[in-house]
Write a protein that binds this ligand. Sequence first.
Ligand code: ZNH
Length: 145
Amino acid sequence: HWTADEKAAITSVWQKVDVQQDGHEALSRLLVVYPWTQRYFSSFGNLSNAAAIAGNAKVNAHGKKVLGAVGSTIQHLDNVKASLHDLSVTHALKLHVDPENFKRFGEVLVIVLAKKLGTAFTPKIHASWEKFIAVLVDGLSQGYH
Ligand code: ZNH
């Protein structure tokens, strides 16, 4: 259900992503803007303010891990649901993450990409990314049904 243009928009942006740096920025922003998401990361230590979050090594490592999983999803665009099945079940049954937070993270990720790409993040590319984020969120939410 992707057009060739949509696939190109998604993968060409992804080639510019630095999973370490951009993952850290996206997860840090999520934790600052939606502070209640901090409660899932009680094992990560001090997240009490933006500076603590920015300097937290576990947030840094986890942002990379999450964007790594986004990257593998992009490698399976024709098979997103199956590729995210097990990860979704883990988030539902083991981590008990409210799936609304996947949507929030997706929105924050789009903001990070838009800021990074500037005018290269055209409305058309933006639309393809919104579609991808919706499919990603859907895949991550399947284990909750
Ligand atoms: Zn998540 C984990 C992915 C979102 C929370 N994650 C995780 C992992 C991965 C992921 C890959 C690992 C797993 C294993 O190890 O098995 N995530 C992801 C993605 C996304 C996400 C892709 C989107 C896009 N998460 C999320 C959110 C949240 C979360 C939103 C909240 C808010 N996760 C989480 C947790 C964990 C995880 C808590 C665990 C951590 C630790 O280390 O402990």
